[in-house]
Design a protein around this ligand. Structure first.
Ligand code: GLV
Length: 331
């Protein structure tokens, strides 16, 4: 029987699917497994089900001599050395499509929270500072008629656009390739990055982390934004230069930020962002609803089973692997 190692306790429904098809070992505990444990487990495994916290590098992949599939329970896959896996003829899969609404909900929640200063207001009440109604207390920003700039009008970006429409916002978007059909269907106007940065009242990031998107928002870009603008990041931390963002927030170059993702996760206790009032922080919970996480885990299990049965898994992110499988000598 084939073996699958799952790096965290995922939804029972997903584990059942795996167990019907393989011998399943699940890492127990509330923290991700150490690299050594993954290496030990992968040595005799055909399937590896991973979370975005697992850095699946060449060393791990090369210990998986019998590995057929690495199935990430996430839409992003920057935690996996896809190139090495491809050369080794290993399928790499992800879980797109099932987390768009939950992630867009969180991004929009963050947008509202920073615009209306919800964490500050909550803390104000809890700490007994509310002495009387004040017409100037905790004034935030309207959404109506404000411009939302979406960077990356993919599945999640489009869902954000739909939500923003209901709040009467104007929507512009930037991505390297214009998508006339999508912009028509969600009512967004295309803009250059420069134009988007200078025109938007809110900017929300929806791009994968790649060498092109790393530090996409740095000092120069922050300087181009309105002093009243807010930045929302639910994509990946390194898409924003965190140091530059901190400076921009302290110096009033932008008004606020809401972040679900960071350079280093979990963030360190001395991260200076923790001290700022104009930042809303959440611990990478974009897709964190019971229903969505269950759907993601089930999809990852289905991808794994397909691959173990020598079929091409539906959510393959390295189709080039098929060439290596046909012609193993090209490795
Ligand atoms: C979450 O960040 C994901 O990539 O699924």
């Amino acid at each position: 029987m084939k073996k699958v190692f799952v790096t965290r306790q995922i939804a029972e429904e997903a584990l059942q699917i795996l167990m019907q098809n393989a011998k399943v070992t699940v890492h127990s505990g509330d923290l991700p497994p150490e690299k050594n444990e993954i290496i030990e487990q992968v040595k005799d495994a055909q399937g590896l089900v991973t979370l975005l916290t697992d850095q699946i590098d060449a060393e791990i992949i090369n210990h998986g001599k019998q590995l057929i599939v690495i199935s990430n329970v996430a839409v992003g896959y920057d935690n996996i050395d896809v190139e090495t896996a491809t050369r080794r003829g290993i399928y790499v899969t992800n879980t797109p499509g099932v987390l768009d609404d939950a992630t867009a909900d969180l991004a929009f929640t963050l947008l509202l929270a920073v615009a209306r200063r919800i964490p500050e207001a909550d803390s104000f009440v809890r700490t007994g500072q509310w002495k009387g109604w004040d017409p100037n207390l905790l004034l935030g920003s309207d959404l109506k008629d404000k411009t939302l700039g979406i960077i990356g009008l993919g599945r999640i970006g489009s869902e954000i656009a739909k939500r923003a429409k209901c709040f009467k916002m104007k929507i512009i978007y930037y991505q390297p390739q214009r998508d006339p059909e999508k912009e028509k269907s969600v009512g967004a106007k295309y803009a250059s990055l420069k134009e988007l940065l200078s025109k938007s009242d809110f900017i929300s990031l929806h791009v994968p982390l790649t060498s092109e998107t790393k530090d996409l928002i740095g000092k120069k870009e922050l300087n181009q934004m309105k002093k009243t603008a807010y930045l929302i990041n639910t994509s990946r931390g390194p898409v924003v230069d965190e140091q530059a963002l901190y400076q921009a927030l302290v110096e009033g170059k932008i008004r606020g930020a809401a972040l679900d993702v960071f350079d280093q996760e979990p963030i360190s206790a001395d991260n200076p962002l923790l001290k700022l009032k104009n930042v809303v922080l959440t611990p990478h919970i974009g897709s964190a609803t019971l229903e969505t996480r269950t759907r993601m885990a089930v999809l990852a299990a289905q991808n794994t089973v397909k691959a173990l049965n020598n079929e091409t898994p539906p959510h393959l992110i390295n189709p080039k692997v098929l060439e290596y499988k046909k012609n193993p000598n090209s490795k």
